[in-house]
Structure formats: structure tokens, C-alpha cells
Design a protein around this ligand. Structure first.
Ligand SMILES: Nc1ncnc2c1ncn2[C@@H]1O[C@H](COP(=O)(O)OP(=O)(O)O)[C@@H](O)[C@H]1O
Ligand SMILES: [Mg+2]
Length: 285
């Protein structure tokens, strides 16, 4: 069996006695689309926060292509190839669409950020700062080449959402519709060409046609081989795009399987319908 892209073992994270994530294990294979569903407060976002380095686990391991990352910070994890979007959407309000996408690429710069590894060494932090400043003012052939490459990536990501983001590439994010802000955020994550794309409720706050559009885009990404870890409330979308669905409740995994298996699982129906009847548009028919 080949090694999974992401492998999570016995992961635990508690907050003041609340076991947000209570010993979960799962893996994501290369090219697979795995969704995590579950009632509010079941630990889905916390799981994503652990995988992307926003929080450290109290115990357990996370491996990306066999390399342990559970102690790495989010910048290092992004360099390793995991990019994410946030449940509430996070863009820089005063930056344009293009600049918001470009910001995501900052961590990949090498020619424009020489000696950047030294920025972790307290006494030597001024060296990369001065070098960056020098290159920003004077420039080098390599730094100009890198800037051109970055501009090309930004344009190709805007092209991906051409009809929506194309006409707005220079507009500040605060002037965008909610759906376009989310698209900008997804474009920023994709600009990193991540091995694993992590999406936390990408259609939250979107209407039906906007949600259908996101589904189309996810299916395109999937067809192109993109590995995705998705948290999403809209079960129709989850069922349409996922290879595998993980169901969480109370910080634990209560079921896992193909969409059609999960849909009919008694524990899942209980977790959703037993306590959340009529909530969140959840429909397990
Ligand atoms: N930063 C935090 N501080 C304290 N409690 C948190 C924090 N993040 C999550 N929790 C708690 O952990 C539990 C799981 O939350 P979360 O992972 O956001 O659930 P979900 O995304 O499934 O709705 C909840 O009880 C929540 O209140
Ligand atoms: Mg959440």
C-alpha cells in the first residue's frame, strides 16, 4: 500500500477541559477528497486548525508524506504544502483581489527573501530584513524573474474564477460580495499549488447558485488530481464531491466511509437528526 498524503494518529486537543478533538485517527490519500461533517462544536474546525498548524495538539501525530508536522508552525506547514481557507473567510480588506492572492505566495519567495531562514534566529533577524529591503529597492535579475513568476501565478488564479474575479482584480476586498471574498481566499490557497487543500465551510453564507458554482469548481479541482480535506455543512455538496466522508461528534469520529455508506449509517442519522432536527439545512434523506 502506498503512503497516504496525510496521516493523523490519535490526535487530541482540549481547551480548558473541553475535549475539542478527542483521539482521532484518519488519513487522506493522494488525489482523494475527504470531507469531515458533524454537528456544530463536534471538533471539525479544531481538527483543521491542528492539521494546518494553527494549534498544537496535546498529543498525537500528524504526518505529511511521512514527515511529522504536528510541532511545526503554520508558516512551515504552508511550505510543506498544506494551504487552507477559514470558516469565516479571511481576506485583507484594503488589499485588492490580486494583492490578496499574492500575499499567499510570500512564504514561497526565495530570490526576494534571501537568508529568510535566519529570521528564526533571534540575534540574526536583521540580516534577512536588510537583504529584503536592499532587493526591494535595487532588485536583482533573480528577484525580477521571481516577481514575474508570481505575477503569472496570480493571473492564472484570477483566470480560474475569471467571470467573478476578473472584472474585480484591482478592487479592494472590502468592496466584494461575500461569495467573491471566499473565492479570493480559495484562489490565494490554490496559488500555492498545495499538496493538500484544506477548506473550512467554503460555501458558508452562500446561496444555492453560488454553492453550485463552488461544487463545480471543487469537481474540477478533483478531476485535476487535487487532494482536498473539506469541512462542509451542505450535505448535498459533500455527497457529490467526496470520495470518503468522516463524521465527527463530541470530538470523536463516529463513522467513516463512502458517501452512500455514511448517509445510511444509524449513528450519523442519530447525531444529526436526534439532536439537531431541522437545524442547518441538514438533510439526510
Ligand atoms: N480556541 C478555542 N478556545 C476554546 N475552546 C475552543 C476553541 N476552539 C474550539 N473550541 C471548542 O472546541 C469544541 C469544538 O469546536 P470546533 O472545532 O470549532 O467545532 P466545529 O467546527 O465542529 O463546529 C467546541 O466546544 C468549541 O467551543
Ligand atoms: Mg467549524
Amino acid at each position: 500500500m502506498s503512503e497516504p498524503l496525510l496521516d493523523v494518529r490519535d490526535l487530541e486537543r482540549h481547551f480548558d477541559g473541553v475535549k475539542a478533538v478527542d483521539g482521532i485517527s484518519f488519513s487522506v490519500a493522494h488525489g482523494e477528497v475527504v470531507s469531515i461533517i458533524g454537528p456544530n462544536g463536534s471538533g471539525k474546525t479544531t481538527t483543521l486548525n491542528l492539521v494546518t498548524g494553527t494549534f498544537r495538539p496535546n498529543s498525537g501525530t500528524i504526518a505529511l508524506e511521512g514527515e511529522r508536522i504536528e510541532r511545526a508552525d503554520s508558516a512551515r506547514i504552508a511550505e510543506h504544502g498544506i494551504a487552507r481557507t477559514f470558516q469565516n473567510g479571511r481576506v485583507f480588506a484594503t488589499l485588492s483581489v490580486a494583492d490578496n492572492i499574492e500575499v499567499g505566495l510570500h512564504s514561497t519567495l526565495t530570490a526576494n527573501r534571501p537568508f529568510r531562514r535566519l529570521s528564526n534566529v533571534f540575534l540574526l533577524r536583521w540580516i534577512p530584513l536588510l537583504a529584503e529591503l536592499y532587493i526591494a529597492i535595487v532588485g536583482t535579475p533573480a528577484s525580477r524573474r521571481e516577481q514575474a513568476e508570481i505575477a503569472a501565478v496570480v493571473e492564472s488564479e484570477i483566470d480560474r474564477f475569471e467571470a467573478r474575479l476578473g472584472p474585480r482584480r484591482d478592487d479592494p476586498a472590502y468592496s466584494l460580495s461575500y461569495a467573491n471574498r471566499r473565492r479570493t481566499e480559495i484562489a490565494r490557497a490554490l496559488a500555492l499549488a498545495p499538496k493538500l487543500l484544506v477548506l473550512d465551510e467554503p460555501t458558508a453564507g452562500m446561496n444555492q447558485s453560488e454553492t453550485a458554482e463552488v461544487l463545480e469548481q471543487l469537481l474540477e479541482l478533483k478531476a485535476a488530481g487535487q487532494t482536498i480535506l473539506l469541512v462542509e455543512h451542505k450535505l448535498d455538496l459533500v455527497m457529490a464531491v467526496s470520495d470518503r466522508v468522516i463524521v465527527m461528534d463530541g470530538g470523536r469520529i463516529i463513522a467513516e466511509g463512502r458517501p452512500d455508506e455514511v448517509r445510511t449509517n444509524a449513528a450519523v442519522v442519530e447525531a444529526y437528526l436526534g439532536r439537531r432536527r431541522g437545524l442547518g439545512g441538514v438533510d439526510l434523506k
